[in-house]
Design a protein around this ligand. Structure first.
Ligand code: MG
Length: 250
């Protein structure tokens, strides 16, 4: 079931979204050589709590930390640890904040020190594919499939591939709600998008094969070929006036 949100609910989701986005940026600033992913997680948790919110991911389905922090070939669901970041790493931070009954969910990919031009390109294209999806969603009569189609056609032009097993989702009173929002698919297919929907759109884009598997820790998803993966996500609201990004730090 897809829930449509009222103006009052959107106001609350803006607050939750802003806190999640501030936490994402705070984590991004710590992506430096010598910092551990557990230190980044602790800083994120502190920022979220300082705003009177709670970390959406902590203990969700048993996840042991406040943020998913995935490095290089790790796609999503990386568990913060004593892993020390090195120059050239690409770090994906995915974080949710729960505030006054609503969740905000967002992610981004951050470079550590100097990364290769190829890695920077993957980060840039992944981020841009999100905005391609937004433009598709804003078109009159847009359908759910237009979002995935926009992401897929954009990134495949660069020779990249879209992760199939994990998708975006509705978000609101629960972190994961209907509908599923794939980053691939056919234009003109699926439900019609309408004002009041709140969605987490989150392209997960691989430099090589789209195939992924889960490590023995039962959480961390990695690329089958060990090549780099990038992630970018915002919680958005569809409104009468277009798309509003709710995970806006300002
Ligand atoms: Mg999400």
């Amino acid at each position: 079931m897809i829930t449509l949100r009222s103006e009052e609910e959107l106001r609350r989701m803006r607050d939750a979204g802003r806190i999640a986005a501030i936490a994402r940026e705070a984590g991004g600033e710590l992506c430096k050589e010598g910092v551990t992913t557990a230190q980044i997680d602790a800083a994120i948790r502190k920022v979220i709590r300082a705003h009177g919110a709670s970390p959406s991911f902590l203990h969700l389905y048993g996840f042991p930390a406040s943020a998913c922090i995935s490095v290089n070939e790790e796609v999503i669901h990386g568990i913060p640890s004593d892993r020390v970041l090195k120059n050239g790493d690409v770090v994906k931070i995915d974080v949710g904040a729960f505030y006054k009954g609503y969740h905000g969910d967002c992610a981004a990919s951050f470079p550590v020190g100097t990364i290769s031009p190829d890695a920077q390109k993957l980060i840039d294209v992944t981020r841009e594919s999100f905005f391609e999806a937004i433009r598709a969603a804003e078109k009159e009569g847009a359908r759910l499939g237009d979002i995935g189609h926009a992401v897929q056609t954009y990134v495949e032009k660069f020779g990249y591939s879209v992760v199939r097993e994990y998708v975006g989702h509705g978000v609101g009173q629960k972190l994961h709600e209907d509908p599923e929002v794939p980053n691939f698919g056919s234009a003109g297919r699926g439900i019609r998008l309408s004002a009041g929907m709140t969605l987490a759109i989150e392209p997960m884009i691989n430099a090589g094969t789209h195939a992924v598997h889960t490590l023995r820790n039962k959480w961390t998803v990695v690329t089958d070929d060990g090549k780099l993966s990038s992630h970018y996500e915002n919680t958005i609201a569809l409104t009468e006036h277009g798309v509003e990004i709710l995970t806006d730090p300002s």
